[in-house]
Design a protein. Structure first.
Length: 465
């Protein structure tokens, strides 16, 4: 048997089962937990009005990024997503940088969401340790992802629709107490008027504005399982980003206008706490929000498990990680080993307070920041890959082309560079840890060239190399 045949036999293949609606559910579901928690830490840094400025900039970056990223996703429909695009554009080192950064993003986002799930459950069951609840969430949803991608995607769609419904209910319930005066009071980092002292907070809040949209690009990692990727993925991305933009605006404004927003700025459950201002401590509306609100967290948690598992699987299949993780389950045809591997790292992060609670921030805030570092580096190399492939492979089949090229990808690249620079400035310690992860990974990458030599050739990623 040839090495190529052996690689195919060992790695297995992912089946094309996902519809356009399921892909939209994944696109929105991956991100929708960002409407429930995480973003309010931006208020602590910038105030409500300062955070609006941050959010508008980040929303513009994400919108132009998604319109540009979709060209890569449809041209190279690969489970590796950004890893595949960067490898085709810049070779193995480019693939490593994109793959490692994406892995940091998708492996560190789930523990932050799992902790939020624990915080929501703790409201209903005060005796329940949020970390133990987070561990239980990992066990349940890793199992569901192993059982099958079609079932997992259908579940993702259902919980995403329920999560959207719940956010609309939240806005409706708090609307009687809506007061713009509440929202703008001290809205510039504790001051009522903008001043030069407001500017640092606007930049420091960038990771939490990114949390509104983080991981939407994960749909790319389901591309090998989409029935018609060249048609369905653009629809899923464009409608997904529009859905999230509208929800982000509504949730942020209605929560901040409900009462004293400063009490919501450093907690994992801002929406239930905002609702308390209007309906009180014991309202049935509040309990409904907590229970149904869990669906938003579950949608993202479950969807990102799907994303990180495909990234681990594709990196292992290409020889960037041990081949052990490139196996698919003989019955369910899912990358079960990759699912479990990412879960082990996430669970370790949940129980690593002394390691991760650094720089005076909460555990959740630091995990969010680490995930965002991975995302931003991946955005940068993805946009560079788009420019490189337009130049070196002008005849590549492109079912979808970036509108307003080169301006959209240029703005997305500029925005990502600004975000990276400011994040490093305000999070030096976390930036150093992130770089440490990349350097350790590069050491492994450098010493395992034989793995990549033995991997089966990949027409999608190796065509330009």
């Amino acid at each position: 048997m040839s090495s190529q045949q052996a690689g195919t036999a060992n790695h297995g293949e992912l089946k094309r089962t996902l519809t356009t609606l399921q892909l939209w559910g994944i696109a929105v579901g991956l991100v929708i937990s960002g409407e429930y928690f995480g973003w309010s830490y931006g208020w602590a840094a910038a105030g409500t009005l300062g955070f609006v400025v941050t959010s508008v900039f980040v929303a513009a970056m994400y919108s132009t990024f998604i319109f540009s990223f979709t060209e890569l996703t449809t041209s190279i429909p690969h489970a590796g997503g950004p890893f595949a695009y960067a490898k085709r554009a810049f070779g193995p080192v480019g693939g490593y940088i994109a793959g490692a950064s994406t892995l940091v993003e998708f492996v560190f986002a789930p523990p932050a969401i799992a902790l939020a799930i624990g915080a929501y459950l703790h409201i209903q069951f005060p005796g329940l340790d949020p970390k133990n609840a987070a561990l239980g969430a990992y066990i349940v949803f890793m199992g569901l992802n192993i059982v099958g991608v079609a079932l997992a995607a259908t579940f993702e769609l259902v919980v995403t629709l329920l999560a959207i419904f719940e956010l609309l209910v939240f806005m409706g319930v708090v609307s009687p107490g809506f007061s713009l005066a509440n929202f703008v009071k001290g809205g510039w980092a504790g001051q009522d008027h903008f001043s030069l002292s407001s500017i640092p907070g606007i930049f420091a809040a960038i990771p939490f504005a990114i949390w509104f949209f983080l991981a939407i690009e994960g749909v790319a990692m389901a591309a090998e399982e989409a029935k018609e990727p060249k048609r369905s993925i653009p629809i899923a991305y464009v409608t997904g980003i529009l859905t999230l933009l509208l929800l982000a605006i509504g949730v942020m404004v209605f929560a901040g206008a409900a009462g004293d927003w400063t009490k919501l700025a450093n907690i994992n459950d801002p929406l239930p706490q905002a609702m308390k201002y209007i309906v009180g401590e014991n309202s049935s509306w509040l309990h409904m929000l907590v229970w149904i609100g869990l669906f938003g967290l579950i949608a993202s948690f479950h969807g990102i498990i799907l994303g990180y598992s495909r990234q681990i699987f594709s990196l292992a299949r290409a020889g960037y990680l041990p081949h052990y993780f490139a196996k698919v389950h003989p019955r369910f045809n899912t990358p079960h080993r990759a699912i479990l591997a990412g879960g082990v790292v996430g669970i370790a992060a949940i129980y690593s307070d002394e390691l991760i609670t650094l720089g005076g921030q909460t555990l959740t805030a630091n995990i969010v920041t680490m995930s965002v570092f991975g995302a931003i580096v991946m955005y940068i190399i993805s946009m560079l890959s788009l420019f490189k492939l337009r130049r070196t492979e002008p005849d590549m089949e492109r079912a979808y082309k970036t509108p307003f090229y080169p301006y959209f990808p240029a703005f997305a690249l500029f925005g990502a560079l600004v975000c990276l620079a400011t994040m490093i400035y305000f999070n030096v310690l976390m930036a150093a840890i992130f770089c440490g992860f990349l350097l350790l990974g590069y050491g492994y990458f450098h010493t395992t060239r034989h793995q990549r030599a033995m991997a089966a050739p990949d027409a999608l990623t190796d065509a330009a190399i």
